[in-house]
Ligand binder design. Structure first.
Ligand code: KIV
Length: 266
């Protein structure tokens, strides 16, 4: 099977073909996801919560991210793989360069980092040396304590215009993709329409260029954490296996029947 490329993902935005993304942290799930036809696998630092059982993603290290990225890459058949840069591994441009190199050498096709305009020089440097970058705005889980909890971002005008300004700056710096987490659907649409790079939403409404969920959330495994934007695909009619649930997620994202208004914020 051919590997999905960044060029293909950019084409999908132009063709309004929704990009399907799920997280995975091991070879078995990566193999299953890619065989079901997922476009992108995100080796998210959400593994700090769903695999390690931590309260936040903050304790995750670059060594752990590299270990899980290598496992995912071994199982993957066709998906584009994004590796998350953990907490404080991109606090300076030099640190970002060293740590992004480790993730790319583990087999990632792109690295993801959380934050706004302050990352301009970092994103520019990584892009200049040929490391594709996915930015992440809105609710940025590594800053959960600074944000005062897992809450929707960009509801007031000032915050919304800051997120738009950050998105434009990060694209100008060279970011090739943008994750928008927990922002009002209208704001996500505005940003998606304004940017030439694909936007991937989680709790950001149906108008982004693609959708992402944490795998264990969409499989209904997380009984203590059921935010509004999560749908349990295992509980859907006709779903008998994990493969069925993944396939239904892909179909509903492609048809834009997921997410609905019930999974989105105003
Ligand atoms: O770490 C992760 O899984 C993520 C997604 C929630 C977008 O960043």
């Amino acid at each position: 099977m051919k590997l999905t490329t960044l060029h293909k993902l950019s084409q999908m935005k132009l063709e309004k073909d929704p990009i399907t993304v799920l997280t995975a942290y091991d070879a078995t799930y990566a193999n299953l996801l890619s065989k079901q036809g997922i476009d992108v696998i995100l080796v998210g630092d959400s593994l700090g919560m769903v695999i390690q059982g931590n309260r936040t993603t903050v304790p995750v290290t670059i060594e752990q991210m590299c270990y899980h990225t290598e496992a995912v890459v071994r199982g993957n058949q066709s998906a584009f793989v994004i590796g998350d840069m953990p907490y404080m591994t991109y606090a300076t441009v030099d640190a970002a360069l060293d740590n992004a190199t480790l993730l790319m050498q583990s087999g990632a096709n792109m690295v993801k980092l959380e934050g706004g305009e302050w990352l301009f020089d970092t994103v520019a440097k990584l892009s200049d040396v040929g490391i594709p970058v996915c930015a992440h705005l809105g609710l940025t889980p590594q800053s959960v304590d600074a944000l005062g909890g897992y809450r929707v971002q960009g509801r007031d005008e000032e915050q919304a215009s800051q997120i738009i300004q950050d998105a434009i700056a990060l694209q100008e710096a060279g970011a090739s993709m943008l994750v928008l987490e927990c922002v009002p659907a209208d704001l996500a649409k505005k940003i998606t329409d304004q940017l030439s790079i694909p936007t991937i939403g989680i709790g950001a409404g149906v108008h982004t260029d693609g959708q992402v969920l944490v795998l264990y959330d969409m499989l209904g495994l997380n009984l203590d954490f059921r935010p509004k934007f999560v749908k349990d695909f295992v509980a859907e009619k006709g779903v008998e296996t994990i493969a069925d649930a993944i396939s239904l997620y892909i179909r509903q994202v492609k048809e834009r029947s997921f997410p609905t208004a019930d999974h989105s914020f105003e």
